[in-house]
Design a protein around this ligand. Structure first.
Ligand code: IPE
Ligand code: IPE
Ligand code: MG
Length: 238
């Protein structure tokens, strides 16, 4: 691979429309979507040597959806983790959950399962799987600012000397590198509050493919597209 591709992020989108097209319920769409996760994440790690995969699973704005849809999605994610923890562990994949977990709206069984997945894989060192759950980038940035402001009030940091790395160290992604490639499925071309800070220099690839149809072939197309880009980072290259 000619370009650095350490961190790939996915906005998995289009589960609902995939289902609608087949006259199925939105829940069936989420079910088909969750089934796709393992293959794609693993292909990133094993076929492309990518170190970190981030997957946008539930946004802070997704609470605006009907209660039963949220409940179904949560239960599907819970089952996914229950079933796959051992697999990820064996593969050396560290699961991290990025988002606001101290939220009473998250059912306790779902919370304990995802916490268990994090705990059980904490010593894995080969790859990182960031699960963005109850995640919102603006809220993340606000929270980081709040933490630094508190430190400043306590006299622990000098506001004049704050660096970008001090700031990024306060984000949920503090241990991950910046996003190199962000892929959004379903044809929407927006970020929807996903990793705003971390995508400052990311390449974006938008595909019309609905997430439940997004397979290794589609992934390959997106990565090829990424490969064809000329990343300049403000300099003059190529
Ligand atoms: C999945 O797709 C995204 C999640 C919130 C998990 P959607 O449910 O947004 O599907 P569309 O956009 O309605 O088709
Ligand atoms: C973004 O998808 C959130 C996740 C994929 C988790 P949405 O389907 O919620 O985004 P909008 O509402 O179309 O912007
Ligand atoms: Mg959507």
């Amino acid at each position: 691979m000619s370009q650095r591709l350490d961190h790939i992020a996915f906005i998995m989108d289009g589960n609902g429309r995939w289902a609608k097209k087949r006259l199925l319920s939105r829940s069936m769409g989420h079910k088909a979507g969750v089934k796709r996760i393992k293959e794609i994440i693993l292909s990133c790690f094993e076929d492309y040597g990518i170190h970190t995969c981030s997957l946008y699973c539930f946004s802070t704005e997704n609470w605006n959806r009907p209660k039963d849809e949220i409940e179904t999605l949560f239960q599907l994610l819970k089952t996914f983790f229950e079933e796959e923890i051992d697999f990820f562990k064996e593969k050396g994949v560290q699961i991290r959950v990025l988002g606001f977990l101290e939220d009473e709206r998250i059912p306790s069984d779902v919370l304990s399962t995802i916490k268990k997945a994090v705990q059980e894989t904490k010593d894995c060192t080969k790859n990182v799987f960031n699960v963005l759950f109850n995640y919102g980038a603006r809220q993340e940035i606000l929270e980081a600012t709040r933490k630094l402001a508190k430190k400043a009030v306590e006299g622990k940091v000098d506001p004049e000397r704050l660096t970008l790395s001090d700031f990024s160290g306060m984000l949920f992604t503090k241990e991950s590198s910046d996003v190199d490639l962000l892929i959004r499925t379903s044809g929407e071309e927006r970020l929807s509050n996903c990793l705003l800070y971390q995508c400052a220099y990311a390449e974006f690839v938008f595909t019309p493919c609905y997430w439940p149809d997004f397979d290794k072939k589609e992934l390959e197309k997106c990565i090829r597209e990424f490969e064809s880009r000329n990343r300049r980072f403000g300099a003059i290259k190529g």
